[in-house]
Design a protein around this ligand. Structure first.
Ligand code: C2E
Ligand code: CA
Ligand code: CA
Length: 662
């Protein structure tokens, strides 16, 4: 507390005397303010002196004293002329400085000091002459006011100027005869007047200083804030390199110049593969350090180029095509060798622009697309965007832009693939698989659009459309007296995030009068690895409502057992990869056998997908795998096709569900 008080007092004294240190900004501010005031002051001095010269000359002429011009020149004119010249020099310097916004400050300070000294000197000189004549000492006072109040001084400087000039002036006066009393010395009235003037000028000097200082400090703060804002508007906060706003603007300008060698300009997109694992292993702080390091390594690798952070662990560069690949290869090597516990790999996609290209965002998108195409290709870290990628890119753009249209215009169809009981050989279920019959591209399999719709977070639209179609197909089948079996729907992990998929399903089931037993939900194993609590809740909700939940693609990932441990399912779909080595690999049968046995133990129905041969089917029947699905029975086809084949006796729908929907 004591220390605080001492400090506050010390600060107040510093402020009162002007002994504190000023930043460059504040110094400049004071200098500018003084230059502006100097202009007024010098104009007043110039006008005043010109007027004095005219007036004196007029007096000399009227009183016919021109003969004694030499005497008067020495007595008056010389003073006026020196003051006039000082005013002109001050005026010229100050106006030039303010117009250019720069100049030699030491010279300015020198001129200001000399100008002030001259003003005060002649103020004293002229007033003493006036005093002798019994006139007022106004010139001295005016000059004091000009110097100390118009110009801003640190209080201790103002104090020195004022006190010394008053001391000199009144000392001289005190040795002269007072005009009203005729005695040597100052009258009390003059002493009091002098003291009051000194005091009020001093008070003004301090308040002027403080006012200017607070204004300067306020401006400095604003300026600092502005420059911070300016900086962060073009700079990436984390890495310190440029941000995308700057990149886009500059790239756009570059592409717009006629002089730019566009044929050789290339956009590069960088992605640090496995950065996520690095983050998980070493924590965010180390992750951030790594990003900073990589950002500067990229900058160094591409001098004279535009480099910026795109997002997360992605960077973009606009550079010259020559040597861009070699630089990327070298960078990738350097980054891989930064440490050896996490396999970091820098991937780079490159897009060479065409001559009429002007949109940097699209160019970045293409470079990114090329970069994504080599993700998880361990031996590949650079890829040029070529014709093949262009076709894929176009399709991707098309899919994202047309999904709404495709749904509205019935281009999305449901194909059904039968699920067969190994005991009876009859169809006990159908899997609904999406097909996009496009007027431009023809039949698109899900492989062409599911991933894209997931990437652009549009997948729920498709899945809702499939639910709707399946429910409608059910209603139609019932109405025309067909045998119906349960249909399984594929749900994406994102469906649970992007909409209330359980509500959407219930709503449509109710609308078309589909009993819960006829709708099953397939969720892939990969969707459940590190899934959030919300997903677990939604699955429990589905089961509580009476829908069956299936685990799709079991065994395709690394955490199959964990998924089984953490969630409950009705049906386990054994991934088709288990059957791929059926003939050659003797272990295959053993593994499938074990999985089937496990499903029995935990009370689930087992289903093996990808059954293509009779031998496979017979084997599955022999180990009591409950169900089978695959090309052996049918590919996914429109429902009418299945009905036709059933009518011909090639397939048979199970009748066991007939009772359920009556
Ligand atoms: P999935 O759920 O594992 O579907 C099985 C895929 O294997 C289907 O491919 C099917 O045509 C194919 N298949 C079936 N039997 C055999 C066989 O004996 N041999 C071979 N080689 N393949 C067989 P499809 O229809 O191309 O679907 C691919 C994936 O797309 C599906 O894998 C599923 O994950 C996804 N998908 C399909 N429709 C939808 C949908 O409506 N919504 C969502 N979210 N995903 C869907
Ligand atoms: Ca499936
Ligand atoms: Ca599957």
């Amino acid at each position: 507390m004591g220390k605080f008080n001492v400090q506050t007092i010390f600060k107040a004294v510093q402020r009162g005397t002007g002994l504190e240190k000023h930043s460059e900004y504040v110094k400049d501010y004071f200098f500018d303010a003084n230059m502006r005031a100097s202009i007024y002051m010098s104009i007043m001095v110039i006008v005043l002196e010109v007027w004095m010269i005219i007036r004196t000359t007029r007096t000399l002429i009227i009183n016919d004293l021109m003969g004694k011009f030499g005497h008067y020149f020495e007595k008056y004119y010389i003073n006026y002329i020196i003051l006039l010249l000082a005013g002109i020099v001050m005026f010229v310097y100050a106006t030039r400085y303010l117009r250019r916004g720069k100049g030699r400050k030491w010279l300015g300070n020198l001129i200001k000091l000399a100008f002030s000294a001259i003003c005060i000197y002649f103020g004293i000189k002229i007033s003493i002459q006036d005093y002798q004549k019994g006139e007022q000492i106004l010139t001295f006072l005016t000059m004091e006011l000009f110097v100390v109040c118009l110009l801003t001084w640190r209080p201790w400087v103002g104090f020195s100027i004022l006190t010394s000039s008053y001391a000199i002036f009144f000392y001289i006066l005190s040795r002269m005869e007072a005009p009203n009393t005729g005695e040597v010395g100052l009258t009390l009235a003059t002493q009091i007047n002098g003291f009051t003037m000194w005091l009020s000028t001093m008070v003004f000097c301090v308040s002027n200083y403080n006012k200017t200082l607070s204004q300067a400090l306020k401006d400095e703060r604003l300026e600092k804030m502005n420059s911070h804002l300016r900086r962060i508007s073009v700079e990436d906060e984390l890495t310190g390199i440029h941000n995308m706003l700057y990149f886009r603007n500059e790239a756009e300008k570059l592409l717009g110049y006629v002089t730019t060698d566009k044929e050789n300009a290339v956009f590069l997109f960088f992605d640090i593969e496995n950065f996520k694992s690095f983050n998980e292993k070493y924590g965010f702080r180390s992750g951030n350090e790594l990003l900073k390091k990589v950002a500067h390594m990229i900058e160094d690798a591409y001098p004279n180029s535009l480099v910026s952070r795109f997002s997360d662990d992605h960077f973009v560069v606009l550079t010259h095509a020559d040597g861009c690949r070699e630089a990327a290869d070298k960078l990738s090597e350097e980054i891989s060798s930064l440490q050896n516990e996490v396999h970091l790999q820098l991937k780079c996609g490159a897009y060479q622009i065409t001559n009429d290209e002007t949109d940097p965002s699209l160019a970045c998108d293409r470079a990114r697309f090329a970069c994504n195409s080599i993700k998880k290709h361990f031996d590949d870290n650079f890829r040029f965007y070529d014709k093949m990628l262009e076709d894929k890119f176009q399709l991707k753009q098309y899919i994202v832009n047309s999904i709404d249209n495709a749904i509205a215009n019935n281009h999305i169809k449901v194909y059904y693939q039968p699920v067969v009981s190994t005991r009876t050989g009859e169809i006990v279920g159908l899997e609904a698989l999406a097909r996009w019959i496009d007027p431009r591209y023809g039949l698109l399999p899900p492989g062409a659009f599911i991933e894209i719709l997931e990437e652009y977070r549009q997948i729920h639209k498709l899945d809702i459309c499939i639910i709707d179609t399946v429910c409608r197909d059910y209603r139609e089948a019932c109405e025309s007296g067909e045998v119906v079996v349960p249909v399984s729907l594929n749900f994406s992990r994102l469906d649970f995030e992007l909409c209330d998929i359980v509500k959407e399903l219930s709503y449509r089931a109710e609308k078309y009068g589909v009993p819960k037993e006829f709708l099953d939900v397939e969720i892939t194993e990969s969707a459940l690895v590190d899934s959030q609590g919300a997903m677990k809740k939604a699955m429990a909700e589905l089961r509580a409502l009476g829908y069956k939940v299936w685990l799709d693609d079991f065994g395709s990932g690394y955490s199959s057992m964990n998924v089984l441990k953490d969630h409950s399912f009705d049906v386990l779909k054994i991934d088709m990869k288990f059957l791929s080595g059926f003939d050659e690999n003797p272990k295959t049968k053993l593994i499938i056998n074990n999985i089937v046995a496990l499903t029995k133990e935990i009370d689930m129905i087992s289903l093996t997908e990808g059954v293509e041969t009779k031998e496979q089917f017979e084997f599955l029947a022999s180990i009591n795998c409950d169900r089978a699905q695959g090309y052996l029975f049918s590919k996914p086809v429109p429902i009418e096709k299945l009905r036709e084949r059933a009518a011909k006796g090639e397939l048979k729908f199970s009748e066991e569900y007939r009772l359920l929907h009556l």
